[in-house]
Design a protein around this ligand. Structure first.
Ligand code: SAM
Length: 235
């Protein structure tokens, strides 16, 4: 068994509003972002999803495909520890890990079987757009929800910041067709304070950029409040 190897292939691809890794929530369920999984190749067949709508939530098993070439180390610096202390990679949810496999619980909304394409509509994912999906399994509350579980340094969800929009940002938002949804998404994403851990103690007021849908959003943190400075269309 020492040389055991197991090759896998994508069964689908996740489409999400997150166009870059920076800014994506660090776990699922923290932001109510909507996305879709498109089944591909031979897996794009209704037989594969028969019965899946009986479940409210799914486990996605996926590849951290954007990091695969960067390898992994036995010890990593989890953001929740301020980026200073190290932990064994297997004691963390680091994206740089042996085999580069991630897993996330997401909400299942519906399955669309139109025009020969299976699309599974989901929300709450923490996956960058175009992430390859390796497997999908139903979430089983009786087994997966462990009431007395302990979680070391990550026992609770991270603290959230308030988010304020400038007039200029609100103006661009008002021109978007689904602007309430986009505003709520930006607000939820930035309330997670995506700044690198080691920056959080410095009030450096640096301006950061994230991409959501086709929007480029510039923001900074001033006195623990996120200010959305500007929003521009990428195209
Ligand atoms: N819930 C999953 C897990 O525990 O395996 C992922 C946790 S990981 C800390 C979440 C982060 O992975 C996101 O904030 C994003 O920066 C990164 N990420 C998402 N999709 C990725 C991908 N396809 N390749 C590399 N990194 C990705």
């Amino acid at each position: 068994m020492i040389n055991f190897k197991h090759s896998v292939e994508a069964i689908g691809v996740c489409h999400s509003p997150y166009k870059q890794k920076f800014g994506i929530p660090r776990q699922p369920g923290l932001v109510d972002a909507k996305g879709t999984i498109e089944l591909i190749g031979d897996y794009n067949h209704p037989d594969f999803v028969e019965g899946i709508e009986q479940y409210s939530h799914l486990w996605l098993i996926f590849s951290f495909h954007e990091n695969l070439t960067q390898g992994f180390k036995a010890k990593v610096r989890p953001p929740r520890l301020g980026g200073n202390d190290k932990m064994g990679v297997l004691a963390t949810r680091s994206t740089f890990r042996p085999n580069g496999i991630g897993q996330s619980v997401v909400r299942l909304h519906s399955v669309n079987r139109k025009n020969g394409q299976i699309r599974i509509n989901i929300s709450g994912m923490d996956l960058v757009d175009s992430t390859p999906i390796l497997d999908i399994k139903p979430y089983l509350p009786f087994s997966d929800n462990i009431q007395d579980a302990t979680a070391g340094f990550a026992q609770q969800a991270p603290q959230q910041l308030d988010v304020h929009f400038s007039q200029a940002a609100l103006q661009t938002l008002s021109e978007q067709t689904n602007h309430y949804e986009v505003e709520a998404l930006i607000s939820q994403v930035l309330s997670q304070d995506p700044r690198p851990a080691y920056k959080k103690n410095n009030e450096d007021c640096k301006i950061y950029h994230i991409s959501l849908y086709e929007l480029n959003i510039s923001w900074q943190v001033v006195e623990n409040i996120v200010i959305v400075k500007n929003i521009t269309n990428i195209f």
